[in-house]
Design a protein around this ligand. Structure first.
Ligand code: SF4
Length: 316
């Protein structure tokens, strides 16, 4: 059976009653939809560092660059306890082979960004990260991370899920015997996906894999992985996708009638203008890829980067 993608997640998002008030923050998309394709590794920093349920609520205060985690009513400082636990926990998580983490938004422990840090006058500045989230992101700087709030945005959702599926495929390459051919093969299949995020990275990665012999294998893998992750962090846009779609259309110059070419150009243009979602031109091109058995495009992950059931391209 195919191994599932492993994702870290804030435990309360799975519906576990671990919050300070004894409640949860169940997110049905994460459990019922994405949950079909991933294996979650739940982490609740506050409970795992030994605090009870229910417990006093906490917030961040002090210097936004180095905030303290303090209980809101009795002002107990939990920072040292949380930091000590978090450093141990991230070291344990190294063995899990995570492809990403989904954090709970707005949490002083688990939130990844724009967490309120209160100054001495009790005024909040939305600048901090939760104590555990910060330590996690520093420990795993290349891992895709998001919070459940941002994942309600269709574009951020599609981007995050594309990144975790790509990272899983890359990890499968890392699991094979090291060889230049494996990197070239991975790159060939991911070319158009990378191009849809960053033409600049596409060029740099093309040059990197074309180098023969002069770069030690370990260095090739390292440089390729960094460029891959950095490229996919850059968001696709309708303009970048339209360029990729037109590039793909070029492979059917000989086969398509002028009517078919006209129709495809119109569909791409309608997508670029935002009248129709990405799934429409992708479906039409996939039809031609199958019909004409186009060998290069057939293997492009761009046409199918994540399960269709997630319907991610119906909304971007
Ligand atoms: S936000 Fe984080 S610390 Fe708070 S209950 Fe959820 S998992 Fe636990």
């Amino acid at each position: 059976m195919e191994k599932r993608i492993k994702l870290g997640i804030s435990t309360c998002l799975l519906g576990e009653n671990v919050r300070y008030d004894g409640g949860h923050k169940l997110d049905r998309f994460l459990t019922d939809t994405l949950g079909q394709f991933v294996e979650y590794v739940p982490v609740c920093p506050e409970v795992e560092c030994g605090l009870p349920i229910p417990r006093e609520s906490m917030h961040l205060e002090g210097d936004p660059d180095s905030p303290r985690l303090v209980t809101t009513r009795t002002k107990q400082d939990m920072t040292d306890r949380m930091v000590k636990w978090a450093q141990k926990r991230v070291a344990e998580l190294e063995d899990e082979g995570l492809c990403g983490f989904i954090f709970k938004s707005n949490s002083p422990s688990s939130g990844m960004e724009r967490i309120s840090v209160y100054n001495e006058n009790g005024m909040p500045v939305k600048k901090g990260a939760g104590i555990f989230a910060e330590i996690f992101m520093n420990h795993f700087p290349l891992l895709p991370v998001e919070d459940e709030g941002r994942l309600h945005d269709p574009e951020l959702r599609e981007n995050f899920i594309e990144r975790i599926f790509t990272l899983k495929r890359w990890r499968e390459v890392l699991g094979k015997k090291a060889g230049r051919g494996n990197v070239v093969d991975f790159h060939t299949k991911h070319k158009l996906l990378i191009l849809s995020h960053s033409p600049k990275h596409y060029q740099a990665m093309g040059k990197l894999v074309a180098q023969t012999g002069d770069l030690p294998l370990k260095e090739l893998y390292h440089q390729y992985q960094t460029l891959l992750i950095k490229s996919l962090e850059l968001k696709t846009t309708s303009k970048k996708n339209a360029n990729v779609l037109q590039h793909m259309m070029g492979y059917f110059k000989e086969q398509l009638s002028s009517d078919e070419k006209q129709e495809l150009l119109e569909v791409i243009d309608h997508y670029r203008k935002g009248y129709i979602p990405l799934v429409v031109p992708i479906t039409l091109i996939s039809h031609y890829v199958r019909k004409y058995d186009q060998p290069y495009l057939k293997q492009q992950v761009y046409l199918n980067p994540h399960p269709l059931e997630l319907q991610l391209r119906n909304h971007v």
